[in-house]
Design a binder for this molecule. Structure first.
Ligand code: SF4
Length: 383
């Protein structure tokens, strides 16, 4: 099947170029603790051997940055780094990677008095100095609050777009065009809409596609496939990541699944679109990364899926997140949200915190909340 790709500009990431009609690059991210150099190198290499074009690593501290230098020395993989709140770490990590990803929604945490534009200028200078590309990674769960407050709470797409557009405009005005953009959500329909709208206005900017917190296979694969089919078949997307909640040893599946989806689309083997979230239970869970503080998280995600099977016919969303960094924000849109700490799992009903519970107590608590929610909805329908 001949797919006419959007006329995006070329962006080089190490030895890989995305955009400008190049083959769609497939990426993944490590889920080991970055300071565990042995484990992280092993996972980077496993992903590299599986065909990853770029491997991303999270860096949250100076010690992570020091570990990154050792990891760089031991792998040929193209490396990207995921910066969270401390944007100034960029100057320590950029010498060791090929791309720096920043989230516009996290720039305000440090040096609050400093305008975000100055922080982006700093990132651009560092990237240019060290031959790095940049990804502007906009995420539904952490949109810049200053942008979000300009829109109604029911509209999650427009703030993401506004944030992406203003960062593109600044990067362009600085003469830095070696960047791509990602606009991620856990709902494949929103991923489709936000990326289509972005590409309508900025067909020149390469897009990194992904459904965040897609969950475990097979659901996580299906959600990613739905979004990617709709976008790639319209020529939108230059690189992608399939985010799956799987144990560390199975992380290369993210690459295999990504390549399989691309091969199927190229052959026109496109599946029908599943109507997500309208009438069935929707479990979303993050793919895990180095920020996970208790590896029981992956097993917990599987147990939640198993335990909640009886509620399959209810339009309820349950989010299970691996850490305390992004968990609180990423569960905001769920009916019931869980996020994991070292010893406890936090539980939330809509926006209301319900407390933190030991790992061996969380499932009964969740079941109680799920049953109560179903009962309330059943009563409301009957009235
Ligand atoms: S929710 Fe936390 S652990 Fe999960 S992928 Fe996001 S940052 Fe990593």
């Amino acid at each position: 099947m001949e797919i006419r790709r959007n006329p995006t500009r070329a962006v080089r990431i190490g030895r890989v170029t995305i955009g400008a009609g190049e083959r769609v690059a497939v990426q993944s991210m490590t889920a080991t603790h970055t300071q565990d150099v042995e484990a992280t190198v092993a996972q980077v290499e496993a992903l590299h051997q599986a065909g990853a074009d770029v491997v991303r690593i999270a860096v949250d501290s100076q010690k992570d940055a020091e570990a990154l230098a050792q990891i760089r020395a031991r792998t040929e993989a193209n490396l990207s780094v995921d910066l969270q709140e401390n944007y100034r770490l960029a100057e320590f990590v950029a010498p060791h990677v090929d791309k720096v990803r920043y989230n516009p929604g996290h720039l305000y945490h440090h040096e609050r008095q400093k305008p975000w534009q100055d922080k982006v200028r700093f990132l651009v200078d560092v990237a240019a100095q060290h031959d790095c590309a940049i990804r502007v990674g906009v995420n539904c769960g952490s949109v810049d609050p200053a942008v979000a407050e300009k829109f109604g709470s029911e509209d999650s797409i427009s703030p993401m777009l506004a944030s992406a557009f203003e960062h593109c405009a600044l990067l362009d005005s600085l003469g830095f065009t070696r960047y791509c953009v990602s606009l991620k959500d856990s709902d494949p329909k929103k991923v489709i809409e936000v990326n289509r709208r972005f590409a309508d206005e900025r067909p020149d900017v390469p897009l990194h596609l992904g459904v965040t917190e897609a969950g475990m296979p097979p659901d996580g694969v299906i959600k990613s496939r739905i979004a990617f089919e709709q976008l790639l078949s319209r020529g939108i997307g230059d690189t992608l990541r399939v985010s799956l909640t799987v144990p560390n040893s199975r992380k290369p599946e993210e690459i295999e699944v990504g390549r399989q989806i691309l091969a199927d689309i190229a052959l026109g083997r496109v599946r029908s679109v599943v109507d997500y979230g309208l009438s069935t239970l929707n479990i979303i869970s993050c793919p895990s990364c180095s920020r996970v503080e208790n590896e029981a998280f992956v097993e917990l995600a599987a147990q939640v899926k198993e335990m909640t099977r009886y509620a399959a016919d209810h339009a309820i969303t349950i989010a299970v997140m691996g850490c305390r960094v992004n968990g609180p924000g990423e569960t905001d849109d769920a009916d019931l949200g869980l996020w994991c700490g070292p010893n406890h799992v936090n539980l939330k009903r809509g926006g209301e915190p319900l407390g933190a519970f030991p790992y061996d107590e969380i499932l009964p608590k969740l079941k109680y909340e799920l049953d109560s929610l179903i009962a309330r909805r059943t009563t409301a329908v009957a009235q």
